[in-house]
Design a protein around this ligand. Structure first.
Ligand SMILES: Nc1ncnc2c1ncn2[C@@H]1O[C@H](COP(=O)(O)OP(=O)(O)OP(=O)(O)O)[C@@H](O)[C@H]1O
Ligand SMILES: [Mg+2]
Length: 311
């Protein structure tokens, strides 16, 4: 299969026929995600991200359009076995221990009894919850609950992981661990579709993103293609302050390193590019020039700002 998710003209109006909301919560979404990708679905609160996920997970029906997940419609029962899902704000039975809960999940996934115990121990280890295995879920903090949610999502070695705000509630260490888990899942051949507001983390792990704003998709594609090269950096070796000073006034950021070298940042403009080329020609080995990329955060805000200006 080439694409794990194919969405065509997907639109959702909440409410019954008579009370239907006038404004769609999702409007004419078109999205194709290839197998093996880590896809980050980004957008402000209320953009329609959870709505999209709920349609993919067959928790709600679209008003129009089509969604295919692993090549099948979302109500296909067989496909469910191949998907791991973490809903936003998961609420699990407070009376079950972590192991009891995961045991129920494993049975629902049809994991054979002889490997169930081993698999549960493995996922508890992956989410660093082994020492809380016998504790009741009701006593867990938000981050601990989130970790158990992630454990149940990866329990069945899914082909596709769908995670709604997986980084919420996790401390910095937990966020790093989750990013490692996601990258590890990708290395095992699992595709990942997740929503997040934490753009710096999304930038580190996604190979594709989509930005949704006010029910509409603003853009989607490969991260390295979307984030354009917007600037250059001039690195000056120690002992060449004169070269750095020549370019100081045109730089947007200037760093003098502890070793005496310099790092000057420039925005891409015709005249700065020419000046940098001239410096390179004149001073050769004392300087290097690299290109710098726009951050995902800057890209995100630029797209959202343009979209809100136009509406
Ligand atoms: N059950 C519902 N009934 C009516 N409207 C709803 C319902 N669920 C969501 N909405 C509306 O649909 C829109 C999109 O909501 P959605 O939860 O998909 O946003 P989101 O992008 O996931 O936001 P967040 O980042 O806050 O999680 C919002 O305007 C919301 O008010
Ligand atoms: Mg949401």
């Amino acid at each position: 299969m080439e694409n794990i998710i194919e969405i065509k003209n997907l639109t959702k109006y909440y409410g019954s026929l008579f009370w239907k909301k006038k404004k769609p919560s999702l409007y004419d979404l078109n999205l194709t995600i290839p197998d093996g990708a880590i896809f980050g679905f980004l957008g402000p609160n209320g953009a329609g991200k959870t709505t999209t996920i709920k349609i993919l997970m067959n928790l709600i029906k679209q008003s129009s359009g089509e969604a295919l997940i692993l090549g099948c419609p979302p109500d296909n029962v067989e496909v469910k076995r191949l998907i791991g899902f973490l809903p936003d704000a998961p609420a699990f039975s407070p009376y079950l221990s972590a192991v009891e809960f995961l045991n129920i999940c494993a049975k629902l996934f049809g994991i054979p009894s002889d490997i169930r115990k081993k698999r549960i121990a493995e996922v508890l280890e992956t989410v660093r919850m082994t020492r809380h295995a016998k504790s009741k879920l009701g006593g867990f903090s938000r981050g601990m609950t989130q970790r158990i949610g992630i454990a149940q999502a990866i329990l069945n070695n899914p082909k596709l992981l769908i995670l709604d705000e997986p980084l919420v509630g996790l401390d910095p260490h937990g966020r790093q661990e989750l990013k490692d888990i996601i990258l590890d899942q990708k290395a095992r051949g699992t595709s990942v579709f997740f929503c997040s507001h934490i753009l710096s983390d999304a930038e580190k792990i996604c190979d594709r993103i989509g930005i949704l704003c006010e029910s509409r998709l603003l853009c989607s594609g490969r991260l390295d293609e979307l984030l354009s090269e917007t600037g250059s950096k001039l690195h000056v070796s120690p002992g060449h302050d004169d070269i750095a000073k020549e370019m100081l006034s045109a730089a947007t950021e200037t760093i003098k390193r502890p070793d005496g070298g310099w790092e000057l940042s420039f925005q891409n403009k015709e005249e700065t590019t020419q000046a940098l080329m001239a410096i390179k020609e004149k001073h050769g080995g004392a300087v290097t020039i690299t290109s710098s990329r726009e951050s995902l955060e800057d890209f995100f805000f630029r797209k959202i700002e343009n979209a809100t200006k136009q509406s």
